[in-house]
Design a protein around this ligand. Structure first.
Ligand code: HEC
Length: 128
């Protein structure tokens, strides 16, 4: 009769160990590029200019579906202000893969991403 109590305890201990991500979290994502998820790629490639407490680039909160260059209070270049585009998936990917090709004169550097990485970042932007 005592055996089942011990077995249950072992199971509980084993399950509670699964939440421990540590430094290996990069490897555990199923949807990833080079082991990085969209949110991790975003942190690595975009947050230094677009982070919440950074003003180098405009905030990307709710950027998906937004008119380009339309955030009040941010001093955009003429290139982006007069572009007349919306940030849908296609344009966001083009911006990441070839910013100057999409908008000659834009003040944003090439993000050095491939198509798959850009796609994952758009998945993340859609939720911001
Ligand atoms: C070195 C700084 C820097 C990095 C890194 C950077 N950006 Fe930008 N980004 C800018 C600046 C500056 C602008 C405004 C450009 C302008 O006014 O011409 C901008 C504009 C944008 C816009 C247009 C927003 C709007 O309101 O119209 C989007 C979308 C964007 N960036 C996405 C990204 C994404 C996604 C990444 C990461 C893959 C990224 N950026 C990385 C500096 C950066």
């Amino acid at each position: 009769m005592c055996v089942s109590v011990t077995a249950t305890l072992v199971v509980v201990l084993a399950v509670s160990g699964c939440g421990d991500k540590g430094d290996d979290s990069k490897l555990s994502a199923t949807h990833s590029v080079g082991g990085l998820t969209g949110s991790e790629l975003f942190s690595q490639k975009c947050v230094q200019c677009h982070g919440t407490n950074v003003t180098i680039g405009p905030s990307l909160r709710s950027v998906y579906g937004r008119e380009a260059g339309s955030l009040p209070g941010f001093e955009y270049s003429d290139a982006i202000r007069h572009s007349n585009i919306k940030w849908d998936r296609e344009n966001l990917i083009l911006l990441m893969l070839d910013p100057q090709g999409l908008m000659p004169g834009i003040n944003m550097i090439d993000s050095n991403l491939d198509q798959e990485g850009a796609d994952l970042i758009v998945n993340h932007l859609e939720r911001l």
